[in-house]
Design a protein around this ligand. Structure first.
Ligand SMILES: [Zn+2]
Ligand SMILES: [Zn+2]
Length: 89
């Protein structure tokens, strides 16, 4: 497939603002600042971030702890158990 212009010579260069990143993962992450994509979401208050480090920092400062995925799994298990308990007459 044809490449659009000489700017595409560097695969690590952002084709939106022209900045050159040190790796493809950095370029991917950088490009999210242009698309507005924020894949990292706080499970407590729902705020979204473009970088996992920012979300981690938000969680530590705002909610004072680490991720709550384990407690969520435990809660669903307890819910199933209580549902089974209420089935009997
Ligand atoms: Zn850019
Ligand atoms: Zn939060």
């Amino acid at each position: 497939m044809p490449l659009p212009g000489p700017a595409a010579a560097n695969p690590l260069q952002c084709n939106t603002c022209g900045v050159v990143l040190s790796s493809t993962s950095n370029l991917k992450r950088h490009f999210m600042t242009h698309t507005g994509e924020r894949p990292f979401r706080c499970q407590v208050c729902g705020v979204t971030y473009t970088q996992s480090n920012n979300l981690k920092r938000h969680y530590m400062f705002t909610h004072g702890g680490h991720g709550g995925q384990q407690s969520t799994a435990a809660a669903s298990t307890a819910c199933q158990a209580s549902n089974l308990g209420t089935l009997g007459p």
